[in-house]
Design a protein around this ligand. Structure first.
Ligand code: 13P
Length: 359
């Protein structure tokens, strides 16, 4: 959250990256996943001032670059902080109307201790809520807020900074006000749960959705209106002790988060506002790569453009221009993203963590 810096979320599970690779006609092999991650991590040094941290997945935390250095070392040598996704994906929450909870608390303390030894200094846990006529329900809000607090407590006990990601999906025809209302209720429940669990707020980061109308909403809202709704929801619920808010992109058009961030940043607020994007940072790079080794440089250039645009954006300096990148005008929305099972490779049961290679 230093000025101009944000996170690259490169923590797609093997299942999630399969869909991205499929979109460019590439097979989901370990070799290609490694090549693509290395491509992002070794982009020109130009990108270093804009990258505060990189969130990795279990597999990539233990991969090495062609020069033999483990990926965490590659990130640190460029001045970045290493993060790790520690949740194990969403599963149905029984007794609700299709709502979800997130699994991964079993064995989390041991995992965090090991990840810390292996170079990670922060973690990410994603919970998913969906806006519908009767959702999110009170049980779903309470369950997910409490889970995020338990996760944060375990991280802090192991010297890891927790990023809490309570994502409200953009699916649905709800308007901006409804998303703002639900975001406020969810964040208020989250910060109450964090207080109940004695979480040290100064050692946490929040990764929320921006407040936007649902994808099927027919009413149009300006960037200024969505920025104002976002900041209002955050001001009403997130304590000033929290150092930073690192937005997820949520499948918004690549240029949308970039252009809505300046007005968001311009308002008076007590926390740093920046990005922790996956799709919005990677879509152009992925497209330019197309699964072909010879396109590596072109892909890195697209990634650098996106990082620069978002860095300028979170400083309120971005003007839409050539920095936009190849996928800038495409929708990156994936419908019902809650239900992608995120299974750890080699792990027969969702709830059992994969054995750590170094343990
Ligand atoms: P998107 O930026 O694609 O919404 O992903 C955010 C995320 O959760 C990855 O860590």
């Amino acid at each position: 959250v230093a000025p101009g810096k944000g996170n690259l979320a490169a923590d797609e599970s093997t299942e999630s990256i399969a869909k991205r690779l499929q979109s460019i006609g590439t097979e989901n092999t370990e070799e290609d996943r490694h090549f693509y991650c290395q491509l992002l991590l070794t982009a020109d040094d130009w990108v270093n001032p804009h990258t505060g941290g990189v969130i990795l997945f279990h597999e990539t935390l233990y991969q090495k670059g062609d020069d033999g250095r483990p990926f965490p070392q590659v990130i640190k040598s460029k001045g970045g902080v290493v993060g790790i996704k520690v949740d194990k994906g969403v599963v149905p929450l029984a007794g609700t109307n299709g709502e979800t909870t997130t699994q991964g608390l079993d064995g989390l303390s041991e995992c965090c201790a090991q990840y810390k030894k292996d170079g990670a200094d922060f973690a990410k846990w994603r919970c998913v809520l969906k806006i519908g006529e009767h959702t999110p329900s009170a049980p779903a809000i309470m369950e997910n807020a409490n889970l995020l607090a338990c996760y944060a407590s375990i991280c802090q006990q192991n010297g890891i900074v927790p990023i809490m990601e309570p994502e409200i999906l953009p699916d649905g025809d709800h308007d901006l006000k409804r998303c703002q209302y639900v975001t406020e209720k969810l964040l208020a429940a989250l910060y109450k749960a964090l207080s109940n669990h004695h979480i040290y707020l100064e050692g946490t980061l929040l990764k929320p959705n921006m407040v936007t109308p649902g994808h099927a909403c027919t009413q149009k809202f300006s960037h200024e209106e969505t920025a104002m709704a976002t900041v209002t929801a955050l001001c009403r619920t997130v304590p000033p002790a929290v150092p930073g808010i690192t937005f997820l992109s949520g499948g918004q058009r690549r240029r949308h988060p970039s252009t809505s961030m300046p007005s968001t940043s311009a308002s008076c607020k007590p926390w740093a506002l920046t990005f922790s994007y996956s799709r919005a940072l990677q879509a152009s790079a992925l497209k330019a790569w197309g699964g072909k080794k010879e396109n590596k440089k072109a892909a890195q250039e697209e990634y650098i453009k996106g990082a620069l645009a978002n860095s300028l954006s979170c400083q309120g300096k971005y003007t839409p221009s050539s920095q936009a990148g190849a996928a800038a005008s495409e929708s990156l929305f994936i419908s019902n993203r809650a239900y992608q099972a995120e299974v750890f490779p080699g792990c027969p049961q969702h709830s059992r963590p994969r054995p750590l290679p170094h343990s």
